[in-house]
Ligand binder design. Structure first.
Ligand SMILES: [Zn+2]
Ligand SMILES: [Zn+2]
Length: 241
């Protein structure tokens, strides 16, 4: 059921109130599935929605879209997904699936690295395991970083006992974290997706020897009025005056 005047993405999914970000986490019960988790975000009425329930619909939508996309341009695929505003919220780690899925789809479509749709799904599942809403600020690791890391890990076959494969994956994650760190105040998932994918185009060239198309046209952001913490405006390279 969709509420006309409540934008799910910025507010409590249950009552539409603003969300509170707690410095000290506490045990909260998901209003939807009943799981009890240690968490830091709830609304002023005490409603908590776990990450799994938060993105339940979006996950399959992102997966289906990236599996069927024919574009080699990861930013283009990501913009298509982010424009589905009912499914992909303004903030939240659904945006990490968008970034990781778009990069994998673009690489699969480009063709130099043989990628199948099982690998695309594997990347999204790994991203889901480590992309947790709000942890950009809580630990410094935005979910997009492990999302892009998952792409490289799956392609390179990285794992704990491996050597260079894991090293490259970690370096990629470090680069993404650095790029995102220059774009905070407040955090904006749309900006993070775009900047991370621009950096990823450089990273796949360096580490995988793949040339993906670079988006020449500046993306004018149409999410400005959706940001619950305020758009960064002139601080953001995607802001359209
Ligand atoms: Zn609520
Ligand atoms: Zn839940």
């Amino acid at each position: 059921m969709k509420h006309q005047n409540v934008n799910y993405s910025e507010n409590c999914k249950v009552c539409g109130n603003e969300l509170d970000y707690h410095n000290k986490g506490e045990k909260l019960i998901c209003h939807n599935c009943g799981i009890t988790e240690y968490a830091n975000i709830s609304c002023s009425n005490g409603h908590y929605i776990c990450d799994k329930c938060h993105g339940a619909d979006a996950f399959n939508m992102v997966l289906e879209h990236v599996v069927s996309s024919e574009s080699k341009d990861p930013l283009h695929i990501a913009e298509e997904l982010m424009s589905m505003k009912d499914e992909v919220p303004m903030l939240g780690c659904e945006n990490a699936w968008v970034a990781a899925g778009s990069l994998m789809a673009a690489l699969r479509n480009e063709g130099s690295v043989g990628i199948n749709n099982n690998q695309v799904e594997e990347v999204l599942n790994r991203t889901r395991s480590q992309a947790i809403g709000g942890y950009c600020g809580l630990t410094g690791v935005c979910g997009i970083a492990p999302g892009i890391g998952a792409c490289f890990s799956v392609i390179l076959g990285a794992a704990c006992p491996k050597d260079k494969e894991t090293s490259v994956t970690m370096k990629v994650v470090g680069r993404i974290v650095n790029v995102i760190a220059d774009q905070t105040g407040p955090c904006c998932c749309k900006n993070f997706v775009r900047n991370s994918l621009e950096e990823s185009i450089q990273l796949v060239r360096e580490y995988l020897d793949v040339d993906l198309p670079e988006n020449e046209i500046r993306i004018p952001c149409d999410h400005v009025n959706r940001h619950p913490h305020g758009c960064r405006k002139e601080k953001c390279s995607y802001w359209d005056k």
